[in-house]
Design a protein around this ligand. Sequence first.
Ligand code: G3I
Length: 373
Amino acid sequence: MMTFQSVILAALGTGALLAPLHAQTTLKDAYRDSFRIGAALGRQFYSGNDPAGAALVAAQFDSITPENDLKWEHVHPTPQGFNFDPADRYVEFGEKNHMFIVGHCLVWHSQTPRWVFQDDQGKEVGRDELLRRMHDHIAAVVGRYKGRINGWDVVNEALNEDGTLRRSPWQRIIGDDYIAKAFEYAHEADPKAELYYNEYSIENEPKRKGCVELIRKLLAAGIPVKAVGMQGHYNMEWPGVDQVDATIAAFAALGVKVNITELDIDVLPRVRPGNTADVNARAEATAAANPYTAGLPPEKQRALADRYAALFQVFLKHRDAITRVTFWGVTDKGSWLNNWPMRGRTNYPLLFDREGKPKPAFDAVIAVAKSAR
Ligand code: G3I
């Protein structure tokens, strides 16, 4: 006799992604009254290469962010050349599944081709030319998806750990107002799109203060910042839930919304001081840095579930301020944390395991939503 489970298995064509029956509640349904639940997607989810993964995303999440395909170096690799195909597929996937579609990201110091800052002779361009290039890039990319991409990470990671402005080529060549300009251009290209400032480690007080000050100034100048994105690249010790709580409260007090935009929890030994999510940070690969190649021990699995539960309790407390919680990836297999700050580690930072099955952390996150009802 066909059981309910076997019917679904047959329908999906694979058992790998089927949630156990006790976990039928989905993330997006559990949090529907509080905030959206999103996932960052690698290309395989919308290219047709991973249909089981795509089905998992469609079932569990009501918002998506492209992990890479809208970054400058991918979408606009050469001065005249845009590569919109992957991003087009991404947006179509979100529309087909009635999701809140995020664009990531317009202005960043990283993953921006060198030519953006140079003239034909390789000499650095001046302020006016760089502003023109920034404007034209934003007009082309935001304009193409006007009315379809619902919110944009306009400026990403503009701050140093001490809260001062990062001396990126954008800041150095244009000046501090490059941030306001980026928001102006994005607003001009799609006046209805939500615009965000996205940052990591703002749970730490010096950087948080700098970020609060930055957002306060932008708002005072009439710049339409809808929300601050707290990336949420966390580990088992950092940040304390009190830091997360204080950070959400600090931005809510400014009158902006808060999105948790890149949530994951690194369970592997810390190999670098500090709590950066700087993509350029590297460390030496050692066996001691990669202890769980055969699986995460049950007590660590439990600790991860507890850590996620504690964080979601804080998020729910601030449900009036928070509009979206987005995970940076879908399953442990695809997480960037397997390759940062060194390649080839086996990390377990997300709610779904390498086969796409929900982990104890998934159940814990669902349980928090249920207990709040
Ligand atoms: O596309 C190439 C592929 O053709 C090639 O075979 C492969 C070999 O290494 O590299 C592929 O590009 C990689 C890309 O991810 C797609 O997998 C890049 O080398 C790699 O640098 C890139 O890493 C991304 C990183 O940002 C830099 O853009 C990560 O996937 C992505 O998770 C990470 O995301 C950032 C956020 O945008 C901003 N906040 C921090 C977060 C984590 O670092």
